[in-house]
Structure formats: C-alpha cells, structure tokens
Design a protein around this ligand. Structure first.
Ligand SMILES: *Cc1c(COP(=O)(O)O)cnc(C)c1O
Length: 453
C-alpha cells in the first residue's frame, strides 16, 4: 500500500491509532480524533498529476472511482480495498450557477453546490460511504461488529440506514420523537433499520448512543467518528475541480454539530498543502438563531477583541427551528470547527426563522428548491452582502446540504402562510378556477395583467 492514514488526537500528541480500531476519542485526553494522512507520500505525486488523475476519473464507471468521494480514494481512506467500498455513487453533484438569485441580492458570481442531490437526499451520504466501507473492511478482517448505530436529526440516520442496508450490516438509529420530517423518518424505516424513537432532543439521543457504543460490537456512526469527515471534505475538492482548479473567495455552510465546517476546511487545507491551490477561501458557518451556540461564542470573542476559543463557548438548549437538522445545542465537533474558522479567517452568522424561510422562497423563485438549512446559509449570505462583508465581484459558494423534497411540509406551510412568526412574503397558492376553458383563460389573463407579466 503506497498511501496510509491513521487517527491522532485533535489536541496534539504523537500517538497514532489505526483506522480499523474501534476508537472514537483519544484514550489519554478524551479529545476527538482526526484522520491524519501520510502527507509526504501524497506529496510525492505532483499537484498537476493529482489534478489529471482526478479529472480522468470524474464521473466514469470503473469501480469505485465514478463516485465523487472514491475518485479521491488516496486522499480519503486509502486503507479500504475497492472490494469493500460501499458506494451509491455519491458526490459529483451539480455546482448550480445561481445567476438570477445572486444578482437579485447584489452578487455577480454566486454558486450553490447541490450536495443534497444525492442517494438519500442529503450530503451525509459523502461521509457515510467512507464510514460504512471502513466497517465492511473491518468485518472482512474479522472484527466482530454486530451493528452500526447513530443518533440523528434525520439525515444521518437516512444515510446510515441506506448504506448499511446496501452492505448488509444491521443499523440502529436513535431519533428524537416528533422532531424530524416525515420523509426523513420513512427512510430508515424503509431500509429496514431498527428505528428507536426517544422522548428527548438530539443532544439527548447523542447521550444514549454514546452509552450504547461503549460496547465495541456496536459501531458509532455519528460525526464524532472522524472517518465521516474524510468523505465530507471531498466537497471542497469537488468545488475546486468544478472551477477548473480555482479556489472561490467564500464558502458558506449551515452548521449544527459542526463536523462539516471542519471537513470543508480540511479539504481546502489538504489542497493547499499539496500545491493545488495557493490560498484558502474564507468560511462562514451559518447557524439558526434558535440553535446558535457557536454564533454566541463568536460574538463573545469579538466583543472582547480576541480570537474565538473554547473558553468563549457555552452549550445552549436548542429551541425548535424549521432547520431541524441543525437543531443542536452542544455540538460535538466544536474544537475542530474553531480550528477551521481560525485557519480560514472564518466568520459565524445567524438567521431567524422568518429570514431563513423567506430566503428559501426567494431563491426557489429563481429555479432552486431549497431545504431550510440551505435557507439558513442563504439568509446569512444576504446579511453579509448587505453589511458589505461579502462584496459584489467575489466568487461565493453556498453549500446546499439537503434536497428540498425532504422538507415539503415546511415548504407547503410557508406558502399557506401557516408558519408561526413567519410572514411568508413570497407565498404562492394554487387558485381554484373551475373547469370552463373560456373562464379559466379569462382568469389567467387577468392575473397576468395584475402581476404586470
Ligand atoms: C447534518 C446537516 C447539517 C449540518 O452539519 P453539521 O456537521 O452537523 O454541522 C446541515 N444541513 C443538513 C441538511 C444536515 O443534514
């Protein structure tokens, strides 16, 4: 094997743990682990040769390189043999040129990376393929793993259930009762997972799964498991590849448990290290105002005139929000996210319920079909453009994290003006017109005239 990777503690130290060990935290410090690659080995191939290799593999059928994640096999999980890869051809998603919406908010070069256009309808597929493939590899090596388990706000469980089912590995999902969408609940049910509905919120489900996976036969699939970060980081590589290997100025991503903001920074840092890009974009972590512990920490640090650090952070009780997948008050990946923000001169912004819902509707009117989390990122973008932080000519990418079809109740209720505290400025309802051709046509013409079309 030419390339290798291992776990190290995020809080420093030289100890290494193999990727096929059942381990989620540093046994000495209790800190999170991160996957570290043999960068020297990766650096032996030139930047130009990496770019050529990835361009050759892009979207092809030779297993498993047609997957957006596994086309970057050497950078992701070099210790998984292709025979053990569990892939549903995730990644390679559209980088939507948001020209009309961008211009409407004062930007000339806005793009939306449609990561939710994926097998289970969210970007969680990117990390889950890496985790489940790694477990399949471990099982093939004789590790006695009985099941995979996760706590979820809906999308992680859908992804785990699908990849587990594709691999034939049993899956347990722990969900907060009544706090996820119908589409998200039906996914693990359909894929045959053991679906546990708990009388608590996501943070409560997380406490249960941490206890459950103290038994090493049940493997933890939450993003605390840093194997998933390796798949999520390919988002950054794909964006740069889609811009013909140029780096954007800004990347905005909605943040809940904060694994993804750190994954995106990790992808860009690796490309910088290998000479593929010359500098990092600035990241914006976008939180819902009703689940905003990182935003509050960022404000505290700013008020004191210092860099963001863990001392500024205090967990909050996350309140109900339309952006249910980021309703998290005590994010597991906080230390990694802080590092990512410092490294990229990142910022944290927040959006209220009305702001996120209206941003979704405005962007949908230009041809998108956004989920509420993407709405949080779009609303934060609108605010940062209005403040002059993000400027007209800059190249901006918004990460769209899930497919709008997973959140049709939210969208229907918006247009019915039935969301609490949301004025629904862009509501659009069907109009009853009977069935007589002449009368229907008359009404249509009157409406077109009224609307000045
Ligand atoms: C998981 C998720 C997020 C947030 O990712 P974190 O790593 O938890 O910050 C955002 N949007 C959607 C749709 C998600 O499923």
């Amino acid at each position: 094997m030419t390339y290798s990777a291992w776990f190290e503690s995020v809080s420093g130290g030289d100890d290494r743990y193999p990727l096929n060990e059942v381990i989620y935290r540093c046994p000495k410090s209790g800190s999170l682990l991160e996957v570290v690659h043999d960068y020297e080995a990766l650096g032996r191939r030139s930047a130009a040769a990496w770019m050529r290799l990835f361009d050759e593999r892009y979207g092809r059928t030779s297993w498993p390189f047609g997957s957006g994640v596994w086309s970057k096999h050497e950078w992701v999980q070099p210790q998984v043999h292709p025979d053990n890869v569990v892939s549903l051809y995730e990644g390679n998603t559209n980088l939507f040129w948001a020209d009309r919406y961008g211009r409407s908010i004062g930007l000339d070069d806005l793009w939306v990376k449609q990561c939710g256009t994926s097998h289970t309808g969210s970007f969680k597929d990117l990390g889950m393929t890496v985790l489940v493939s790694s477990v399949k590899q471990m099982i093939s090596e004789g590790k006695p793993i009985r099941a995979l388990a996760c706590a979820s706000t809906g999308d992680t469980s859908a992804a785990l259930a699908a990849y587990g089912a594709a691999a034939g590995i049993p899956v347990i999902v722990l969900l907060p009762k009544g706090k996820i969408s119908a589409a998200q609940l039906v996914q693990p049910i359909a894929n045959g997972a053991l679906v546990c509905s708990l009388d608590t919120d996501f943070d409560g489900c997380m406490r249960v799964v941490e206890h459950l996976t103290e038994d090493p036969h049940i493997y933890l699939a939450n993003s605390m498991n840093s194997l998933r970060v390796e798949g999520q980081k390919t988002i950054s590589v794909e964006i740069v590849q889609q811009f013909d290997w140029e780096v954007p100025d800004w990347v905005l991503v909605p943040g809940g448990n904060l694994g993804n903001v750190s994954a995106i920074a990790k992808g860009f840092s690796l490309m910088k290290r290998l000479g593929i890009i010359s500098h990092l974009p600035r990241l914006v972590c976008c939180q819902a105002e009703r689940a905003n512990p990182l935003y509050l920490a960022y404000q505290r640090a700013a008020a004191a005139g210092r860099d963001l650090s863990e001392e500024d952070f205090a967990p909050v009780e996350a309140k109900d929000t339309l952006a249910s997948a980021i309703r998290i008050g005590n994010p597991v990946s906080l230390p990694k996210a802080i590092k990512a923000l410092l490294e990229t001169r990142g910022i944290v912004e927040q959006a209220s319920e009305a702001e996120l819902a209206d941003a979704v509707a405005r962007a949908d009117r230009t041809g998108m079909f956004n989920c509420p989390h993407t709405g949080v990122a779009l609303a934060c973008l609108e605010k940062l453009v209005a403040k002059g932080t993000i400027r007209k000519g800059e190249r901006v990418v918004v990460i769209s994290t899930a497919h709008g079809l997973k959140f049709t109740e939210f969208k229907a209720r918006y247009h019915e003006q039935a969301l609490d505290g949301v004025p629904s400025a862009h509501a659009n309802l069907p109009i009853d017109m009977g069935r007589e051709p002449v009368q229907v046509a008359e009404q249509i013409h009157r409406l077109l005239d009224q609307r000045g079309l």
